[in-house]
Design a protein around this ligand. Structure first.
Ligand code: G1P
Length: 290
């Protein structure tokens, strides 16, 4: 049984939808309640069994890597003042988990960013988590269970897995949209993850051209073969090397599955939904404190 232990988290985007906040603070470090957004994404990966996390960033994003490091000076200051519990709470990353950062160089798109992680990922199969999307960590174990389900499904048939969820008509143009060969697999009321074959994806279609309303949420489990397809993918939508195009190539040779999502997701990369997410996370944490 193949176990996925590596994950790539692309953090190189400039966050133009989050200006002016993102002018000096990387959007991934903007707070959701009392923690930066990326904290929840890394926790989700670890809960699903990931041990090696590769952030793909650039010079202005090194603060993200620092967040996952031990700040020795702060640690000793806190302990000298008897605040050991606070110091311990900052060192929450398990000892068997590593977080490293590699730089993307040129900003040529999401597909290019994932390919930039190849020197660290090597021959391993791996997960990709897009940090704009934060899965609701307050509803039981559902958020992390999605990725764990995908990893398990991959280990059974070696089909890469892509998490999808239904979106409103008005949001279809923001996402990669799944083209299904058999729509009968979808049960909107279902409370369990379902994994089934997908015919292809269309990146950010107009509503009229969208093959379904099932949007790519930003969680993937990939066979290592995706790297070969990414290396051969040319720029397309938006002049960028799109992950979606490499996935389509992978589908035609090896087959790819979509996994339906359980729980709720929040878009922390868009100002309006970020603000709604902040309020939700803050309310949950305030209620926990009472
Ligand atoms: C990316 C992917 C898209 C996916 C989305 C999820 O787009 O290209 O397929 O639906 O993330 O957030 P981006 O939001 O980076 O433009």
């Amino acid at each position: 049984m193949k176990k996925i232990t590596h994950a790539v988290i692309p953090v190189a985007g400039f966050g133009t939808r989050m200006l002016p906040l993102s002018k000096s603070v990387p959007k991934e470090l903007l707070p959701l309640g009392n923690r930066p957004a990326i904290h929840y994404v890394v926790e989700e990966a670890i809960a699903a069994g990931i041990k090696h996390i590769v952030l793909v960033g650039h010079a202005q994003k090194s603060a993200i890597e620092n967040y996952f490091d031990i700040n020795v000076e702060l640690d000793s200051q806190l302990r000298a003042k008897g605040k050991d519990a606070l110091a311990d709470s900052l060192n929450w990353l398990p000892e068997d988990v590593t977080v490293s950062m590699i730089r993307q160089g040129k900003a040529l798109g999401l597909g290019h960013a994932v390919l930039a992680a190849r020197p660290i990922i090597g021959e391993y199969d791996f997960a990709v988590l897009l940090p704009d999307v934060v899965l609701d960590p307050f509803t039981g174990d559902m958020a992390a269970d999605n990725l764990a389900f995908m990893i398990d499904a991959f280990s059974k048939d070696n089909h890469s897995q892509i998490l999808v969820d239904n979106v409103a008509d008005a949001d279809v143009h923001k996402y990669g949209i799944a083209q299904l060969s058999d729509a009968s697999n979808i049960d909107e009321q279902s409370d369990t993850n379902i994994s089934f074959k997908v015919a292809g994806f269309v990146e950010k279609p107009k509503l009229a051209d969208a093959p379904s309303k099932l949007a790519v949420v930003g969680r993937y489990v990939f066979s290592n073969k995706i790297f070969d397809y990414l290396a051969n993918t040319k720029a397309s939508v938006g002049g960028e090397i799109q992950l979606t195009d490499a996935i389509d190539a992978l589908i035609s040779e090896y087959g790819v599955n979509v996994t339906t999502m359980r729980g709720n997701s929040y878009d922390a990369g868009d100002m309006r939904s970020y603000m709604q997410a902040f309020i939700y996370f803050a309310e949950q944490q305030l209620a926990d404190d009472e």
